[in-house]
Unconditional design. Structure first.
Length: 182
C-alpha cells in the first residue's frame, strides 16, 4: 500500500476490512502521514484496534449510510473482495482518487462507466514492493514502534486450531498463528 497507492501526507484514505491486511494498511497510512484514515469493518473489536493503530475514524461496515459517513477521500483500499464493498470503495473517491483492491473476489463487480470517471482502480499484488527492500524497511519501522504488526498476531497451539478459527471468525483475533508442539 505504501508504494501502490502513493499515499502522501495529508491525503485521506478509507480502508475496507480491518483484518491483518487492512490494519497493516492503516499503519502504513499513518506512517505515510495521511491526514484522515477511515477504517471500516463489521467487528467492533477490530474497529477499536484500528483506532489504536492510527485510524482517525472507524465505521461499521453494515451501516446503510456508510458512503455518506465516509465522505470523499483521496484513496480507498478494499481487502474484502465483496462486490458491494468495492462499489462503495470506488464511490467515496474524490475526482482523481485511486482505489486499491487486494481481496480475493467474491463475485463480479458491475459499475456504470461514470463511476470510474476521473478515478483509478487497480488490483494490487504484494503492494508493488520489492520484498528484499520492503521487508527490512517494515522491520525498521517496527523496531521504532511505528509499525506494530505484532499486535495483530495471537498464537495458538496446534491442538487449538478450532479456537483459532472461532476467534478469527468472531473478530476476537486478527491473525491467528498455529504453533506445533515442540
Amino acid at each position: 500500500m505504501f508504494i501502490a497507492l502513493n499515499v502522501r501526507p495529508a491525503d485521506g484514505i478509507a480502508v475496507f476490512g480491518a483484518g491483518a491486511v487492512g490494519l497493516a494498511a492503516v499503519m502504513a497510512a499513518k506512517v505515510a502521514g495521511a491526514g484522515e484514515i477511515v477504517a471500516v469493518d463489521l467487528h467492533a473489536s477490530r474497529r477499536e484496534l484500528a483506532l489504536e493503530l492510527g485510524a482517525t475514524r472507524a465505521l461499521d461496515g453494515a451501516d446503510p449510510g456508510l458512503a455518506a459517513a465516509i465522505g470523499e477521500v483521496d484513496h480507498s483500499f478494499d481487502t474484502t473482495g465483496v462486490p458491494e464493498v468495492i462499489r462503495t470503495a470506488i464511490a467515496v473517491l474524490r475526482p482523481g482518487g485511486s482505489c486499491g483492491l487486494v481481496g480475493a473476489g467474491g463475485g463480479e463487480v458491475t459499475l456504470r462507466p461514470t463511476a470510474l470517471a476521473g478515478r483509478t482502480v487497480r488490483f494490487i499484488l504484494e503492494g508493488d514492493a520489492v520484498p528484499q527492500q520492503f521487508i527490512p524497511m517494515l522491520i525498521g519501522l517496527w523496531r521504532q514502534g511505528r509499525f506494530p504488526f505484532d499486535r495483530l498476531i495471537r498464537t495458538y497451539p496446534l491442538g487449538g486450531i478450532n479456537d483459532a478459527e472461532r476467534d478469527s471468525a468472531s473478530g476476537a483475533t486478527v491473525k491467528p498463528v498455529l504453533l506445533p508442539a515442540s
